[in-house]
Design a protein around this ligand. Structure first.
Ligand code: ADP
Length: 486
């Protein structure tokens, strides 16, 4: 009997690891295709052909073209890169420019709404018409606001192709003025509060939340939080409506356990839960790399965007106490200049206990998880968070604020969990500098008991954070929407 044909999903996003990454979104978009494949879903990822992406891909094949995509010609080119089936949207007037994917020299591109509406438009056309190489998706998976208009364009085209809108971070919404509706080919008749309108403006993300067949977000707790004013950033009503209809799903992110494998990571010395000795050498190497003295307490790392969301101000307040208690910390991040400068000041104040690297450095991030005893994630909100998952796998115990996906993935070292050998890290519910300081103090005292620390580390390293269960949840949802094969 012939095996059933694989279903096809078009995944649409503004970034995809390892080609271009500014955060967890890229990791997820890059890892899901391989996790979905054994479950009967073949993916193509559609992303912009930024200069950095063009320089990484080899031969391409033109599969779609239009003479006018919001002000210039655009071509979708197909290629494979890093094991991924990619389609890149080559539209030089929108994407061939210096800087990162969203900004240059710290300033957002003024036409971001247009750039990503163009990405969404191309995705919807491909879903409707198919590509020149005879490929058409059974379903479209839209990630974050940059793909938020895909479900709307599908709807206005009368397309039956179902769509799933995944919220990786609701704080970013792609808002623009209604005077732009024409230029992004959206109908003014649907500029109403139940559809495109958001307080007199257009919200790309809201459009996706309203028009997608289903909405997902990246952890169960964040799904609950999103329906509240504290976390919903004004979209809590839309979210709650989808939830009440049973159309909101919290599916926690996994990690690409081939890329993030301490036993076979080209960036670090090998170690594993069974062979933890290499971790000691990785720690020594990390201390040397940051020019730090060996601390009597734990070595903590922070790998993050330096923003208010990530609680950098809380770290600045709580870290001096941690250092005085014997801890050391290495920070890798970039973001708001006030935080960059304040971290530099902290390193100047504690030169042998605090090391700071401002910038983005993927290999260094691997060495940091490998060498650390702790990874600190004091976020004010955190849809899923990946750094704590890398920490678990690399035996750097996560110390996290108890919110969103952090709450769902880290088991706080309470007395009960320590006794039952189920603790994997530290979590604090009182999200502020005092709560963080208290958790750091608990970590310092557990570290003093080497046997207890090793038990928790062993449990953390054996935690399954792979994609298997979550990819299954996506596949089941997709199958439900697509229905039986015709
Ligand atoms: P977010 O997507 O909100 O930034 P996540 O925890 O979901 O947060 O994902 C962050 C990802 O980006 C992780 O893979 C982390 O290792 C990586 N990362 C963040 N900052 C840096 C940096 N400065 N250098 C290297 N990797 C970084």
């Amino acid at each position: 009997m012939a095996s059933p044909r694989k279903r096809r999903v078009l995944s649409v996003a503004s970034e995809c690891a390892p080609l271009l990454k500014t955060g967890g979104l890229a990791d997820v978009v890059g890892a899901l295709p391989a996790a979905l494949k054994p479950l009967g879903w073949k993916s193509r990822v559609l992303m912009p052909a930024y200069p950095a992406v063009i320089s990484r891909i080899g031969r391409t094949r033109r599969v779609w073209h239009t003479d006018d995509l919001f002000g210039g010609p655009a071509t979708v080119r197909r290629c494979t890169a890093d094991g991924l089936h990619l389609m890149v949207l080559d539209a030089p007037h929108l994407f061939d420019r210096p800087g990162g994917p969203y900004s240059v020299d710290g300033h957002d591109h003024a036409d971001n709404h247009l750039r990503f509406a163009a990405l969404s438009w191309a995705a919807a056309r491909i879903a409707v018409e198919g590509t020149g190489d005879g490929w058409r998706p059974d379903l479209v998976h839209a990630h974050d606001w940059q793909a938020g208009l895909v479900p709307s364009y599908l709807k206005y085209a009368g397309s039956p192709v179902p769509s799933v809108m995944t919220v990786h971070n609701i704080a970013f919404q792609g808002i623009f003025g209604p005077d732009q509706l024409d230029s992004v080919r959206l109908p003014s008749w649907d500029f109403v509060p139940d559809a495109l309108e958001y307080h007199g403006l257009v919200s790309s993300l809201k459009a996706g939340l309203v028009h997608a067949s289903r909405v997902t977000t990246v952890s169960r707790t964040y799904a609950e939080e999103l329906a509240t004013p504290e976390f919903g950033f004004g979209l809590e009503g839309v979210i709650a409506a989808r939830r009440d209809r049973g159309e909101l799903h919290g599916i926690v992110n996994g990690i690409d356990d081939a890329v993030w494998d301490p036993a076979a990571d080209p960036h670090t010395l090998p170690f594993s839960a069974d062979e933890p000795a290499g971790k000691r050498a990785a720690r020594d190497a990390l201390l040397a790399e940051f020019g730090l003295a060996a601390p009597s307490g734990p070595l903590a790392v922070v790998v993050t965007r330096l923003t208010h969301q990530k609680g950098v101000d809380l770290l600045l307040e709580a870290l001096p106490g941690f250092i005085e208690a014997g801890g050391a910390v290495a920070v890798l991040g970039s973001g708001e200049s006030g935080y960059e400068n304040a971290l530099g000041d902290l390193a100047a104040r504690f030169p042998s206990a605090v090391g700071v690297r401002i910038g983005y450095d993927e290999p260094l991030s691997h060495r940091m998880y490998a060498g650390a005893d702790l990874v600190l994630v004091p976020s004010r909100f955190e849809p899923c968070g990946l750094t704590q998952l890398y920490g678990l796998r690399y035996g750097a115990l996560p110390l996290v604020a108890s919110t969103g996906g952090l709450r769902d993935t880290v088991a706080d070292a309470t007395a009960e969990r320590l006794a039952a050998d189920t603790a994997t890290g530290f979590a604090f519910a009182d999200i502020g500098a005092a709560g963080l300081a208290d958790a750091l103090a608990r970590a310092v005292s557990l570290y003093a008991d080497a046997a207890a620390w090793q038990r928790v580390r062993n449990r953390a390293m054996r935690t399954d954070s792979s994609w298997s269960a979550s990819a299954q949840a996506y596949a089941s949802l997709f199958a439900e929407l697509v229905g039986p094969l015709r």
